[in-house]
Ligand binder design. Structure first.
Ligand SMILES: C[S@@+](CC[C@H](N)C(=O)[O-])C[C@H]1O[C@@H](n2cnc3c(N)ncnc32)[C@H](O)[C@@H]1O
Length: 207
């Protein structure tokens, strides 16, 4: 697999673009707990890290990109450089919330399943896994350049991308209790993307 993100190509390409934060989480605030320990998985420039800190969480912002983490360090010193395709460097049942905005849709089927199992492992029982992924409707915008690698998984120019429909998302998240899945347009770099928002809970016992 190429390493577009590991070589920081994404943030070299986008760092000067306007990242007007689309704070969709504010509309779903009732799904979040009132604090605790949170992992912001693929935190990027950290606009959600910042908001989750305002919600009362202690946040660990994790990303593969040094450019992004240097920016996040300006307001959060817990930054962690790691590759989420590998085991997540945390003990079992550490987090109250794992948050992932547009950051877990780049991986093969195996890596995606492994990652989601890792998220479950590091969440406390009753902990939340909340985030968003690119929706299959975005295929329209890549159809002329994307090479199909697997079902709903593409190499688009230099970047791997997985697009989800609701059934795909339910299948990957079936180890959690799914509280809600919503389709929504998220504005990013002044473009609208069709996304699926997910709200799930780790619920192993009678919680
Ligand atoms: C579309 S950006 C989203 C960033 C941020 N969550 C936001 O909402 O703006 C995807 C992020 O995932 C990170 N990323 C991609 N692959 C990764 C990997 N294997 N391990 C850790 N981070 C990764 C990228 O560096 C980038 O910051």
């Amino acid at each position: 697999m190429n390493d577009y993100f590991g070589h920081d190509e994404y943030w070299k390409e986008h760092m000067n673009e306007s990242l007007e934060a689309d704070m969709w989480i504010d509309e779903y605030k009732s799904y979040f707990n009132t604090g605790g320990l949170c992992l912001d998985l693929g935190c990027g420039m950290g606009q959600f890290t910042k908001r989750l800190m305002e919600y009362g969480y202690e946040v660990i912002p994790l990303d593969i990109s040094e450019i992004a983490l240097n920016k996040v360090q300006e307001f959060n010193s817990n930054i962690l450089k790691a590759d989420m395709r590998h085991s997540l460097p945390f003990h079992d049942e550490t987090f109250d919330l794992v948050f992932a905005n547009l950051s877990i849709h780049y991986f093969s089927d195996d890596d995606t399943k492994k990652l989601i199992n890792e998220v479950k492992r590091i969440l406390k029982n009753g902990g939340l896994f909340i985030g968003s992924v690119n929706g299959i409707k975005n295929f329209q915008s890549i159809k002329d350049t994307a090479e199909v690698l697997d079902y709903h998984f593409y190499l688009n120019r230099v970047k791997h991308i997985r697009l989800f429909d609701v059934d795909d998302l339910k299948k990957y998240l079936n180890i959690f209790k799914v509280l809600k899945i919503d389709e929504r347009e998220i504005t990013r770099f002044e473009k609208n993307n069709s996304c699926l928002l997910f709200f799930t809970k780790k619920q192993d016992f009678n919680y």
